[in-house]
Design a protein around this ligand. Structure first.
Ligand code: NDP
Length: 237
């Protein structure tokens, strides 16, 4: 399905990003993915994914480095902005430093990558960002910065879809509900409560998100752009 395509995935060493790397490589894409603090995990993902998947170290808090990494790609058909961070901070104890940390990785790195990608991606290319259902609603206290960052990428996506539409480049955001990763483990403190909030009484898996990303990346996704697609077990139903 993705034979001959080249993909760049941020945060592929663990969790959702690792599943996206495996799925895109299995579909035939040549995948380069980034890691930051988990080199051993990144190596294991590259080996398991096969098809020549390559890991490169990149601190997404450094927007100049992100731009340079995308600019240096020999070819780019599919950009997947997956990496993100999450910190709880209610308004009483929140700091501007925490805001800056969250927005640097969840928003500024995405902007840096897309501005460079737009220069090199061919007609018909794909830009996909992993947002969150918290880009639409915040069903718990302390999530303002995270939700703000995910709402920002949702609206940036819609704007970029308009900018790049005439070239046939699609730009979409995938918004997961709870997914079993290190960031939000199913057996963690919120796992049972979050499962109970879904319609399916099912905690999501990284592969659920990877399937949706691969669909958007492939030919079947050609008429979808500016969309925010939810995979959340019906949590927002
Ligand atoms: P994980 O914490 O499991 O993995 C995060 C990945 O991002 C790792 O590969 C990590 O690399 C990378 N990363 C984090 N910070 C940086 C940084 N500063 N520089 C470079 N790489 C970084 O997270 P998930 O897989 O759960 O999350 C992936 C995306 O999905 C995020 O955008 C998150 O907001 C979103 N999401 C997750 C949900 C969930 O329930 N899990 C729900 C909704 C959205 P390394 O380990 O090498 O540093």
């Amino acid at each position: 399905m993705l034979e001959g395509k080249t993909a760049f995935v941020t945060g592929g060493s663990r969790g959702i990003g690792a599943a996206i790397v495996r799925k895109l490589a299995a579909a035939g894409a040549a995948v380069t993915f980034t890691y930051n603090s988990s080199p051993d995990a990144a190596r294991a993902v590259a080996e398991a994914a096969g098809n020549g998947a390559q890991a490169v170290r990149l601190d997404l808090a450094d927007a100049d480095a992100v731009a340079a990494a995308v600019r240096g790609l020999p070819k780019l058909d599919i950009l997947v902005n997956n990496a993100g961070t999450f910190e709880l901070a209610s308004v009483a104890e929140a700091t501007l430093a925490a805001f800056d940390r969250m927005f640097a990785v969840n928003v500024r790195a995405v902007v840096a990558a897309v501005l460079e990608a737009a220069k090199i991606i061919p007609d018909g290319g794909r830009i996909i960002t992993v947002g969150s259902i918290n880009g639409e609603a915040v069903p718990f206290p302390g999530g303002a910065f995270y939700a703000g960052s995910k709402g920002a990428v949702r609206m940036l996506t819609k704007g970029w879809a308009r900018d790049l539409g005439e070239r046939g480049v699609t730009v979409n955001v995938v918004q997961p509900g709870p997914i079993d990763t290190d960031l939000n483990p199913a057996d963690g403190p919120f796992g049972a409560v979050l499962t109970g909030m879904t319609a399916l009484k099912r905690y999501g898996k990284p592969e659920d998100v990877a399937e949706l990303v691969a669909f958007l990346a492939g030919p079947a996704g050609g008429n979808i752009t500016g969309a925010a697609l939810i995979t959340d077990g019906g949590m927002t139903a």
